[in-house]
Ligand binder design. Structure first.
Ligand SMILES: [Zn+2]
Length: 114
């Protein structure tokens, strides 16, 4: 293995200079953050994301993007679910509005005697 290959696999900690694996999120010597940590994939975090996607759809898309940029399967799955729930929520909102408009039209038509 040549030096270039080793340099690609390891990164130097910006604070203490210790060598860390490129996949490491934090320096194991001084605790400095080495790169952005992926968002939490715990069940609680997932439920929060899904609820937000259902209740405030635009934020669901934001979560879809936030989780979607990570390579691991769990983050991808959360991103996909959040995006689908967002679409479902938008569709449900549209459907409710359509139903209300439709029943309102029927009521108004009945009132004016058409
Ligand atoms: Zn360090």
């Amino acid at each position: 293995m040549n030096v270039d290959t080793i340099a690609e696999q390891n990164i130097a900690c910006p604070r203490c200079g210790a060598e860390e694996r490129a996949e490491a999120y934090f320096c194991s010597y001084c605790g400095a953050a080495l790169r952005e940590k992926p968002p939490s994939t715990t069940l609680g975090a997932q439920l929060k994301v899904y609820l937000i996607a259902l209740l405030v759809p635009p934020f669901g898309l934001w979560y879809g993007w936030k989780y979607g940029k990570w390579d691991d399967q769990k983050s991808r799955w959360i991103a996909l679910t959040a995006s689908l729930l967002t679409l479902l929520s938008l569709w449900a909102t549209w459907w409710v509005i359509q139903s209300l408009m439709s029943s309102l039209t029927t009521t108004l038509n009945a009132m004016v005697g058409i």
